[in-house]
Design a binder for this molecule. Structure first.
Ligand SMILES: Cc1ncc(COP(=O)(O)O)c(C=O)c1O
Length: 391
């Protein structure tokens, strides 16, 4: 009765089971995977959020496949602040970045084609690809003091059916930006192999001050057909608004054809609601107050983590350049899954094992840097105590 593409294993993993058991018993949880900003105690200007929707124009329906012009204008200004000049025609609003991925996959790929995606990487990409009948070919990022694209492995990856090269800039969970010389290489590779680029920049506003990389948006890329994605969920810390966008750039011929075809796809769904599109200029403006709060939290939690690391020799933290996550390398006494289970069962500390993100090696766990400081500090302390007790 069901499609082969939904033949997932629906059994709960051990970590989810252990968490549910704790919840049932009413035991405390130090959730170091929390990355929903609306649950992390940030001070949202509630009046401004609510007022953004008090607009009598919500009573009218004037559909536009790309999304309301006033909203796209706000997105254009967002990029203009980053030194990127766009035309409103190059922007499409979507209900989420996930939806933008799906639209692009439908535009570029046929059943069974493949997309190249970074490993370690964002786990949802596998679902998005398989729901669109595509295959993900992972290309490795390797770590030697900083994460870099393994160019040899990448160059040997694309085959006849590879249509899209995907980058996450900065990547989730490695926090690594695509460096300018890597971006040049990727553009050359895509041009040679006839692939388009997708750049997911949802975390691009969260570059760490210690990062020496100049953050250049892929929305500036004109050498190959490129789709740059972002949205309110990270930029303004408003995932509940369900509003994102894509920017289409590239050589004029391919770009115009892509925009014309994308318009038909977007027109088929018209999925962004009028109220949120009307509110988008104000909601995007909220990044000026929320962005610094989120950034401040990420940096202060990271500083706290580093402080505790000084006294926890068998644990080290991998270098990050941006984003909301930190990666810890643990002693190889157990698998990453077993470490995560020990932290949860013994201490009530929840972290993600590296294998969720397809790390090439065992022994890594991923922490969100968003939790409230008191939760983060207590969770990290307990996690470190557990590791030290076992070494
Ligand atoms: C790399 C990446 N892209 C996209 C998203 C989600 O964006 P949206 O809420 O717009 O679908 C996430 C969420 O964590 C993410 O990590």
């Amino acid at each position: 009765m069901f499609s082969a593409r939904t033949r997932w294993s629906l059994a709960e993993n051990e970590l989810a089971k252990a968490r549910q058991q704790r919840d049932r018993l009413g035991l405390p949880l130090f959730d170091l995977t929390e990355s929903n900003p609306t649950r992390c105690g940030f001070d949202y200007d509630e009046n401004e959020v609510v007022t953004a929707f008090q607009n009598r124009q919500i009573l009218q329906y004037g559909p536009d496949a790309r999304g309301l012009y006033s909203a796209r204008l706000a997105v254009m200004e967002y990029y203009a602040d980053r030194g990127v000049d766009l035309q409103s025609e190059q922007i499409f609003l979507t209900a989420s970045t996930s939806e933008a991925y799906s639209f692009i996959f439908r535009l570029l790929c046929d059943v069974g084609d493949s997309v190249l995606a970074p490993r370690p990487g964002y786990p949802l990409l596998d679902y998005l690809a398989s729901l669109n009948d595509l295959v993900v070919q992972g290309y490795p990022l390797h770590y030697d003091g900083r994460w870099q694209i393994d160019r040899d492995a990448l160059a040997s990856g694309p085959g006849e059916r590879s249509r899209v090269l995907l980058v996450v800039h900065p990547n989730n969970p490695t926090g690594s930006f695509v460096h300018p010389e890597e971006a040049d290489y990727l553009a050359r590779l895509c041009a040679e192999r006839g692939m388009a680029l997708i750049a997911d920049e949802v975390f691009a506003d969260y570059a760490h001050p210690s990062s020496a990389v100049p953050v250049r948006s892929f929305a500036k890329e004109n050498r190959v057909l490129t789709f740059t994605l972002s949205g309110l969920s990270k930029t303004s810390g408003l995932p509940q608004m369900k509003c994102a966008w894509m920017v289409v750039t590239g050589p004029p011929g391919a770009r115009c054809e892509a925009i014309a075809r994308m318009e038909v796809i977007a027109d088929t769904y018209l999925s962004v609601s009028t109220p949120v599109a009307l509110a988008l200029p104000s909601l995007l403006g909220l990044r000026r107050s929320i962005g610094p709060q989120i950034h401040g939290r990420v940096l202060s939690n990271l500083a706290l983590l580093d402080q505790q690391l000084e006294a926890a020799l068998p644990i080290s933290r991998l270098h990050i350049e941006g984003g909301w996550y930190a990666i810890l390398r643990l002693p190889r006494l157990s698998s990453d899954e077993d470490w995560a289970l020990v932290f949860l069962r013994e201490e009530g500390v929840m972290v993600h094992p590296g294998h969720f993100y397809d790390f090439a090696d065992d022994g890594y766990v991923v922490l969100s840097l968003l939790p409230r400081p008191e939760v983060f500090a207590a969770g990290v302390k307990k996690l470190f105590a557990q590791v030290l007790a076992r070494c």
